[in-house]
Structures are given as C-alpha cells and as structure tokens.
Design a binder for this molecule. Sequence first.
Ligand code: AMP
Length: 282
Amino acid sequence: MHAITTQEKIQQTVSELHKNKRLVGFVPTMGALHHGHQALIDFALEQCDHVVVSIFVNPTQFNNQDDFDQYPRSLERDLQFLQPYGDKVSVYAPSVEDIYADQVTATSYDFGGLEREMEGRYRPGHFEGVGTVLNRLFRIVKPDKAFFGEKDFQQLQIVRKLVTIENLPVEIIGAPIYRQADGLAMSSRNQRLSYEQLQKAPLIFQTLQQVQEDFGTKNVRALNEMVQARFDGVEGFDLEYFEIARESDLKTISRKQNKEKYRAFIAVFAGEVRLIDNIALN
Ligand code: AMP
C-alpha cells in the first residue's frame, strides 16, 4: 500500500473510479489507525465499491499546540495496517501545503449553535478547523458517501450541517462506536495511556451504561450527580464534562420530554490525555 500525497493524484484516482461507475466512499482520519478506524472502513466498504482513507493531522482544529505536537503520527505503520484491503482502499496523505497552500487558517462557520456545545465549549475554534478541512477534503476527493464514527457524535452532526451550508453533493453516514472488549472506545489517544490509566479507563463506558440504565427512572440532576460522584473517587481521572443532550441540536437538558432522542456525552482527562465517549439513551 502506498500513499497518494497530492490533490491531482487523488482526483485522478477517484475520477477513474467514477468513470467505471464505482461508488466511492470516504473515511477522513488523522492516522494512528486502530480497530475503530478499521470497523469504520469495513462499514464503508459494505456500502461502497472503493474507499478513500485520508490521513491528515489537521493543524487548524487543534486549540492546543501541545496536543497537536503530541498527536501520534505513524504513516508507515498505518499503510501496513491498510495493506490487507488491497485495491479496495486508496490512501490520501497530503502535506499541510497540499491542503492549505500558505494560508493555514480556519474559515469561520455558523453551524447554528452546534459548534458552541460541549467539545466546542472546551476546545474553542475546534469545529471551525474541522469544517474547514472537511470542506476542502470533500471538494478534492469528491466522494459519493462519507463515513464518520458516532464516537465523535457532535462532529457527525456538524458535518451534516457543513454539507448543507456548503451545498456539497455527498451523503454523510454515521457508524457505531467500536470498543475494546472492556468497553473503552477505541481512540488514537489511547496509545498515550499508561497501564494504570488503561485499567481505570473502562469506568467511562461503565458510567455511560449506568446512565443509560437509569435514564428511565432517575431525573437528569440525579444522573449528573451520580456521574460526578463516580469520578470523584478516581485518582488521576478528572471529569471535564458530562451532559445529557438532545441528539438534534445537542442542547443540554435539565428535564426529559417525550418524543425527543437523547444521548449522554462525557469528556474525561486521564492525566493529560483527553478521552471522549457517548451513548444513546432512548
Ligand atoms: P480520528 O482519526 O480520531 O479523527 O477519527 C477518524 C474517524 O474515525 C472519525 O469519523 C471518528 O469518529 C472515527 N472513529 C475513531 N474512533 C472510532 C471508534 N472507536 N469507533 C468508531 N469510529 C471511530
């Protein structure tokens, strides 16, 4: 497996596929590929003839320079990881210049308030960077469908909004969260966890499952308190936020209403490593 590194080359590849009436899927990633990415690619291949995987650590979506510097990069290993897909998958691994030329800045977007909730509150500017890079990638790759993990549920909702704002002819499809056997959602950041942190990290999903179980019988305030109490006792783990929000607009709720769909969202610092997860509640 080799990586395509220029816009021209990936455009040629996709246009050739389209000429041959192939349905092209797209899975944007930041690399350091793991089984969560693999599940997403497999999911995409069930619905498309060919999948373009992009590997690009996007500078404009990091609000913290240190996080950007520390983000794992392992292109050679990633290419080996994708080897078994053979010619079903193409890899587009552009340079920063190929995507941004000499203007490494984010466009400002109004995602109708979605960008100000949760991740947006704690990572200012993050979704403008995400919107900027995905708009560029969609215009370069021109896929028929693009696949995003529900692991980053807020991102998925924002991408749906982005394609309507930019009027992009691509179908956005969400895929289930892939977890380790102990429940921890797979993430490139898990690589940075110590052995002790890995032992404790399943608490995140266990807590979400408890919330899901209690959602029918307990009120939102009691659930918030339960979650905070669970993390209060865990050394080295800091709860950044826990919220129960409507799926449609991601607004936090203090009271449940009939007919709405809800999710619980969580962000936890394990030492310096920030982990996020979420679960559907009804
Ligand atoms: P990333 O490389 O972390 O930016 O992720 C690239 C894509 O893979 C995003 O759409 C993520 O939501 C998705 N993804 C990452 N981890 C998982 C997972 N554990 N299960 C499902 N999708 C995932």
